[in-house]
Ligand binder design. Structure first.
Ligand code: SAH
Length: 348
């Protein structure tokens, strides 16, 4: 038995053909799964009984096992899902003015070992399957359906949950095929989907060639010494290599790459840092997203004061850099950036 959510529409078409069925049926099946939120193949009434039987014999359709859900005072919701092998992941549903954004995980844990990030502390367990990535989105939309909210209001996705998306590249690309499938799949617009990376240089250029989604890069420092101290991946792919890959990233004429920059008190938050950041990003179509450090129990890093944060931002703006500070949502339920830490021990 295979999980049908591991299949892209193209793969399902081929499978159907190999069984003597018509390939366009894959589109119908996709509509049932991703738009009509079917729970079983029996519901797919326009398919014919034989095909429904064939599907039931070969595939299963699942939802993630919701073990816990926490709601923040700002109404951000954090889902704790238990996977079939007992591992856990977290997914965060963020309400915006007129839509929802979903922050999706791509791995159980993370191997990048960034010094400021709570997810890193538990180490890396495994990649998520396509089905596990996709189910986070399908189930979040189902959750809205149950609350009588139009599921298409969940229109934005950020791959900024647990894990390094570009380290699970093949499954990321297949998941994007389903997410961006406008005719039969989940109907997300590419400009509303963002993949964030700690800087896996070889995969950055590849992502630009393979998809139209937005790229976000967790830069976090302006010199190699500081960045390597915060993010070990920088030893392998230093800033110059990272920015040169960014310059090669293909995107639509008016698009920009988002550079995430955590502001950590006394580490990377000085006036000089701000000015150097402007200089560093000058050759790139860039915008800067400042994330004031979210403090947590496993780090001694501190968040700079409000004034310091605004000054840093102002320097960027005064130098014609598109920049904003990210309002961290869900901090009171540890759902904000770098605070995701599912129980990493598998429970039987
Ligand atoms: N691995 C990918 C996807 C995770 S995104 C990446 O690194 O981009 C998570 C974002 O939260 C990253 O930009 C990271 O720099 C930021 N982050 C991690 N820990 C944080 C913390 N304690 N406070 C604020 N931001 C944090």
């Amino acid at each position: 038995m295979e999980n049908i959510q591991d299949y892209t529409r193209e793969e399902l078409s081929k499978w159907l053909e190999s069984k003597g069925s018509r390939s366009f049926r894959a589109g119908q099946i996709f509509k049932w799964i991703y738009l009509k939120q079917a729970q079983s193949f029996d519901e797919m009434t326009d398919l014919g009984k034989d095909l429904r039987c064939l599907l039931t014999e070969n595939f299963y359709l699942f939802r993630l096992d919701l073990e816990d859900k926490q709601v923040s005072s700002d109404t951000t919701e954090k889902f704790l899902f238990r996977l079939a092998d007992g591992h856990h992941i977290e997914t965060v549903l963020i309400p915006e003015k007129d839509h929802f954004t979903l922050c999706v995980s791509t791995q159980v844990g993370c191997a990048m070992d960034c010094k400021f990030c709570l997810t890193a502390k538990g180490g890396f367990k495994r990649n998520l399957t396509v089905a596990e990535i996709i189910a986070q989105v399908r189930d979040a939309r189902f959750f809205l359906v149950q609350k009588k909210i139009d599921p298409l209001n969940l229109s934005n996705i950020v791959f900024m949950g647990m894990g390094e998306p570009l380290a699970n590249y093949d499954n990321l690309i297949k998941s994007l095929a389903i997410i961006l499938d406008t005719d039969y799949g989940m109907k997300f617009a590419a400009r509303r989907v963002t993949v964030s990376t700690s800087g896996l240089v070889p995969k950055i250029v590849q992502l630009g060639l393979d998809t139209d989604v937005n790229l976000a890069v967790s830069l976090n420092a302006i010199d190699d010494k500081t960045r390597s101290g915060l993010m070990p991946i920088n030893e392998k792919y230093p800033i110059a290599a990272l920015l040169s890959a960014c310059q090669k990233f293909t995107m639509k004429p008016r698009n920009k790459i988002t550079f995430e920059y955590i502001l950590i008190k006394g580490i990377n938050d000085s006036r000089e840092d701000a000015l150097k950041l402007v200089k560093l990003l000058a050759p790139i179509r860039a915008k800067v997203n400042l994330i004031p450090f979210n403090e947590h129990e496993e780090s001694t890093f501190k968040r700079p004061g409000h004034k310091q944060i605004l000054e840093f931002l102002q320097i960027l703006l005064d130098n014609d850099m598109t920049a904003m500070t990210r309002k961290s949502k869900g901090a009171d339920i540890s759902a904000a950036c770098g605070q995701l830490k599912a129980k990493l021990v598998a429970t039987p």
